[in-house]
Design a protein around this ligand. Structure first.
Ligand code: ATP
Ligand code: MG
Length: 262
C-alpha cells in the first residue's frame, strides 16, 4: 500500500520543501520506493534536488496535468527523473501557475492529481507532494489525493497564527472530497533552541493544537547547513550527515515510518 503525504502550509518559507527533500530521501534510505512531486510553480523542490533550471526541463507536472485534463493516458514513467539519492522526482516550473488558472474551467478540477496518483501509486511505497504557499486549486488537488498532510510551521509568531485557515481548509477537503485525509502532524521547523521565544512558541503550538492535532515530538532546529542544501542539490544526510538538522530529519523519518507501519 502506497501512502501519499502532502506537505502543505499557505505561509511561505516555513520549511515545506526542505522537509519534502529530507523526509523523502530519508524514507528512501530506509528502503522505501519514494516519489517526490513538485506542486509549486517556483520549482523549489526541483531546484533543491539539483535541477537548477526547471524552466528548461522538457516534461514536468504541467504536461502530465494537460494529458489528464484531456483524458489522455499518461505513459508509464512519463516526466519522472531519477535522483542519485534513490528518489524519483516529478518536477515543476513556472508554467504550473498557468495550469492553475486553466483548471478553473475543468470539471472535477480538484481531482486531477488524484487520477494521476491512481496510475502511479503501485510503483511506490510513498509519494510526497511539496505544495506551494497558497490554498489554491493545486494545493486542494494535493489534499484531495493525499492520505495525510504534514504541516511544517516555522517557530515564530505570524506563521503560527496562519495555521487556523490551513486547518479549516484541510477539514473542508476532508468533508467534501477526501474523507480518508488525516493530519500526519504539525512539524515545528527552524527552531532556535537558544532563545526562550522559540521555546514559548513550541509550547503555544502544543497548547493550542496538541489536543486535536498531532504535533511531532521532533523539532527541526534552525541550521545554516539545512539552509545551504537547496544550493547543493543533495539531502542533509549527504551534505552534513553529523549535524543537528540531519539528526532531526532522521528522527522525523523514523516517526513517519512508524506511523506507516504501526
Ligand atoms: P515556500 O513557501 O516558498 O515553498 P517552503 O515552505 O518550502 O517555502 P523552504 O524553501 O523549505 O520553505 O525553506 C525556506 C527557507 O528557509 C529556505 O531558504 C531554506 O533553505 C531555509 N531553511 C529551511 N529549513 C531550515 C532550517 N531548519 N534552518 C535554517 N534555514 C532553513
Ligand atoms: Mg517550497
Amino acid at each position: 500500500m502506497c501512502k501519499v503525504i502532502a506537505i502543505a502550509n499557505q505561509k511561505g518559507g516555513v520549511g515545506k520543501t526542505t522537509t519534502a527533500v529530507n523526509l523523502g530521501i530519508g524514507l528512501a534510505e530506509e528502503g522505501k520506493r519514494v516519489l517526490l512531486v513538485d506542486a509549486d510553480p517556483q520549482g523549489s523542490l526541483s531546484i533543491s534536488l539539483g535541477y537548477k533550471e526547471p524552466d528548461k526541463l522538457d516534461v514536468t507536472l504541467v504536461d502530465i496535468i494537460e494529458l489528464l485534463v484531456n483524458e489522455e493516458d499518461v505513459p508509464a514513467g512519463y516526466g519522472v527523473i531519477h535522483h542519485k539519492e534513490r528518489v524519483d522526482l516529478i518536477p515543476s516550473n513556472i508554467e504550473l501557475s498557468c495550469v492553475e488558472i486553466s483548471l478553473v474551467n475543468v470539471m472535477s478540477r480538484e481531482l486531477v492529481l488524484r487520477s494521476f496518483m491512481e496510475q502511479v501509486k503501485h510503483n511506490y511505497d510513498v509519494v510526497i507532494i511539496d505544495c506551494m504557499p497558497s490554498l489554491g486549486v493545486m494545493t486542494v488537488n494535493a489534499l484531495a489525493c493525499a492520505d495525510s498532510v504534514l504541516i511544517p510551521v516555522q517557530a515564530a509568531y505570524l506563521p503560527v497564527k496562519g495555521l487556523q485557515q490551513l486547518i479549516k481548509t484541510i477539514y473542508t477537503v476532508k468533508r467534501r472530497l477526501n474523507p480518508k485525509l488525516e493530519i500526519e502532524g504539525i512539524l515545528l521547523t527552524m527552531v532556535d533552541h537558544r532563545t526562550n521565544y522559540a521555546k514559548e512558541i513550541v509550547l503555544e503550538v502544543n497548547d493550542a493544537y496538541g489536543k486535536t492535532i498531532p504535533v511531532f515530538p521532533i523539532e527541526i532546529p534552525l541550521s545554516v547547513r539545512a539552509a545551504e542544501i537547496s544550493q547543493v542539490g543533495t539531502s542533509i544526510y549527504d551534505y552534513d550527515p553529523k549535524g543537528k538538522a540531519a539528526f532531526a530529519y532522521t528522527a522525523l523519518t523514523k516517526e513517519v515510518l512508524n506511523q506507516m507501519e504501526g
